[in-house]
Design a binder for this molecule. Structure first.
Ligand code: XIL
Length: 767
């Protein structure tokens, strides 16, 4: 594919000519005024790229030549050439007095323009409407029908689309579907030069870690975790999962009398919990994905409302506290943004009407008060009638006090749609996110895939990569309103696009069907690195998501850095580089990722953000190697000493790692900063494994005495884990026996409790 534009040469030539004229002014025979005029013409060639425009008479400077203007099917419209121009002296004016019976009754066609198949083009034009929100559609019809809608304002604005030509004689027409007076000017079609597209290889990266630095979730479908390759990518690159189909009503409640089908969503939610991942729930009310019995039943309004309430209680209630974002309502708005979907399409609208939205959001919120509730739709990512309708819809819900927290934009896009940051779609998605953010709502991209019309090729993969990157940039530019970037699948092996497009489009995801990274993946990494890494202080490798405790702190995944540990190393991955006297070095080693951290100076430290799952006692196992010196480590928690000086063994070999267990220490649920500090140097550290400690009867707690002295005023509640051999009794403060047992987990519900285990008195110390 040819990304270079021929017009660039013309531009260069005119610049050269201009320079020549400037330097040789004395020698020219031109009068100064004529000379200035010439320079202006040349500059306008440079600025506007005149000569490159493949569309003749896109400026309406004299007349409508090359255009055919239509107003039929009952439409009444007047066309004129007016002096109110965005560019040059004249523009086209179109006054619509009456719309016709179909959406394309008013349109202007241009003669076909010459295109090169496979060439990338940019179409730009200026437009405005007499009152805000005029709408026009730009239609290209060769190969397949392709229409892009634009929402206009009262001011001249420049609009842009990018696309790859599929035929040699491309149609061009504008359709007007809203009553208004329009002004159009400066339509140009030029080959688009993206310059040299360089997508750096991503190496060993993690999308979620990088995006985590920006506070954005990387989400994907979590229903194929049994496929090894799928699962390992999911775990490495994503921190949030959702189901493609299994939480749709059709699958959850296939028959009126069938039991709920929870096996698949249960597995996904359990997987997410084990991995410390977040979950998106998709979806409760939709016109599609409904079981036939619901669609066909002869409901009364109240009957269907009752059924919905029960369904929400059962389904949302089952996953209470485990789903972070719920797409409560999906695709309720007509494509043209004129209204909610008709009753002929949607069982909810047929029997209940618009109030079903308020009810569903209210009931989902009651069933799971912590979940963020989303309205989700497609074709409403940018600024258009549909997104305007959705904006008003969600605003109305807010005004009525309905719990709604976000808007999901599906983002089923094409590979040539977002090739520059100036395309109208890119600017409009940004605008739309910002206006929703101004309402106090969150935004997520919920079903991203970026399809390629067949045949697919490496060049198309490159363009797809740019589109992915540009979409991601919009997301990153809109934090914290923007929350989750959910891609509708991992591998081109499994994508709904193939069937949905009747086989015309394919390969919309980040990995090929045989799990090879595509340029789109590399470009996402490049965009994340450029936007989500603090460039001043390089802290790679950096795990942006807090490390889940119990869990493993891989030594190389330190985050906050600080004196002595931030580094800049000649080796970009800082792997296997020479040891530095003044800092941390990451080298090849036996660790999970084959990284270890070597330290050389006392006082250095590494800091990790951790998230403790439950309050309780924990042990730390340090996996270290030292050829000849006994090293010492100290651990601080939120700035306080947690584990005092601990000796680390001489293992006699830099490749031989041994573990050293710390004393039991208390950690409270939630996020903390853990600092691992070198007190005495001479060791490499691979990882620190933090596990829940088992309390035995021989345990004595350092602070036990102190705690008992404050008795009888203890105020904390919590839980202990005891090994099975320990018999225990739990008493209230006034000596009432609350329970007794062997081992397992002892919980205290109210503040004033004591635990007696084999003669020892433990106060429940946790918060
Ligand atoms: C699609 C799934 O990907 C397909 O497997 C299924 O056959 C049909 O539904 N908008 C949505 C998604 O909200 O739920 C749809 O998912 C794609 C369009």
């Amino acid at each position: 594919m040819n990304f270079l534009l021929n017009g660039q040469n013309a531009t260069l030539a005119s610049i050269k000519l201009g320079l020549l004229l400037l330097t040789d002014f004395e020698k020219t025979k031109l009068k100064p005024r004529r000379f200035v005029l010439l320079i202006i013409i040349l500059l306008s060639i440079v600025i506007h790229g005149i000569g490159q425009n493949l569309l003749s008479n896109g400026g309406f400077e004299n007349d409508f030549s090359n255009w055919t203007n239509l107003a039929n099917d009952g439409a009444v419209a007047t066309y004129s050439i007016v002096a109110n121009a965005a560019e040059g002296a004249k523009a086209m004016r179109l006054k619509i007095d009456q719309l016709g019976s179909n959406g394309y009754s008013i349109q202007n066609f241009h003669n076909k323009w010459p295109a090169e198949v496979g060439q990338l083009y940019k179409i730009e034009f200026f437009a405005k409407s007499q009152s805000n929100a005029g709408g026009l559609r730009l239609v290209q019809t060769t190969g397949s029908y392709k229409a892009t809608s634009f929402s206009l304002t009262e001011n001249w604005e420049k609009y842009q689309i990018t696309y790859v030509a599929r035929g040699t004689q491309e149609d061009f027409k504008l359709q007007f579907f809203k009553k208004n007076t329009y002004f159009i000017d400066g339509i140009s079609i030029t080959p688009l030069n993206l310059g040299e597209v360089v997508i750096p290889p991503s190496g060993n990266s993690s999308l979620k870690d990088l995006a985590g630095n920006c506070g954005v979730n990387m989400a994907n479908l979590g229903d194929r975790t049994t496929e090894t390759e799928f699962e390992s990518i999911l775990r490495n690159d994503f921190n949030m999962v959702g189901s493609e189909n299994s939480l749709k009503m059709k699958l959850v409640k296939p028959q009126e009398n069938s039991a709920y089908q929870f096996a698949n969503p249960d597995r996904m939610v359990a997987y997410a919990q084990n991995q410390g991942m977040k979950v998106r729930g998709h979806t409760i009310i939709w016109h599609n994905g409904m079981p036939d019995w619901v669609n066909n039943k002869n409901w009364t309004k109240q009957g269907l409302l009752n059924y919905l309430k029960g369904y929400i209680d059962d389904v949302v209630g089952r996953y209470k506290g485990q789903i972070d974002e719920w797409d409560v309502a999906n695709e309720f708005v007509e494509n043209d943004g004129s209204s909610l979907r008709k009753g002929s399409q949607s069982v909810w609208m047929r029997h209940i009407g618009p109030e079903v939205l308020d009810s569903a959001f209210k009931w989902v919120h009651e069933a799971d008060p912590d979940a963020k509730l989303y309205y989700n739709d497609y074709g409403a990512e940018g600024m258009n009638s549909k997104s305007d309708f959705i904006y008003n819809l969600v605003k109305g819900m807010q005004d009525r006090g309905i719990p709604i927290h976000g808007v999901g934009m599906q983002c089923h896009f094409k590979y040539d749609q977002l090739l520059t940051e100036e395309v109208t779609l890119a600017k409009d998605i940004d605008k739309n996110i910002k206006r929703l953010g101004a309402l106090g709502l969150e935004v997520a991209f919920t079903e991203i895939d970026i399809a390629i019309p067949k045949p697919v090729s490496q060049e198309k993969y490159q363009l797809q990569a740019i589109t992915y990157g540009n979409l991601l940039k919009i997301a990153l530019n809109n934090t914290p309103v923007f929350k989750s970037f959910m891609i509708w699948g991992i591998t081109d092996k499994y994508t709904w696009i193939r069937t949905h497009s009747s086989g015309n489009d394919d390969d919309p995801l980040l990995y090929t069907a045989d799990y090879q990274k595509k340029p789109a993946y590399d470009q996402m990494v490049a965009v994340l690195k450029a936007n989500c890494i603090d460039n001043v202080e390089i802290k790679e490798p950096f795990l942006g998501t807090p490390i889940l405790i119990p869990g493993t702190i891989q030594a190389e995944n330190y985050d906050k850095g600080g004196q002595g540990v931030s580094y800049s190393d000649a080796d970009p991955e800082n792997k296997g580089g020479a040891y530095r006297a003044d800092g941390v070095d990451v080298s090849a080693g036996p660790g999970v990722n084959n990284h270890t951290v070597g330290w050389s100076a006392s006082g250095e430290w590494l800091e990790y953000t951790v998230r403790v799952k439950t309050t309780g006692a924990y042990t730390f196992d340090f996996f270290t190697a030292a050829a000849n010196l006994v090293g010492q480590v100290e651990v601080l928690l939120d700035g306080q000493v947690l584990i005092a000086t601990t000796d680390l063994p001489v293992t006699n070999n830099w490749g031989a790692y041994e573990s050293t267990r710390s004393d039991k220490v208390d950690l409270t649920k939630g996020e903390h900063l853990i600092r691992i500090k070198v007190l005495s140097p001479g060791y490499n550290i691979d990882k620190v494994v933090v596990n829940e400690a088992v309390i035995t009867s021989s345990d004595s707690f350092k602070e036990e005495k102190e705690r008992l002295t404050v008795f009888p005023n203890p105020s904390n509640t919590g839980e202990f884990r005891l090994s099975s051999s320990v018999e225990w009794e739990l008493y209230s403060i006034d000596g009432l026996l609350l329970g007794r047992g062997n081992g397992a987990c002892v919980k205290s519900k109210s503040g004033l409790t004591l635990l007696h285990a084999k003669g020892n008195v433990f106060r429940l110390i946790t918060e």
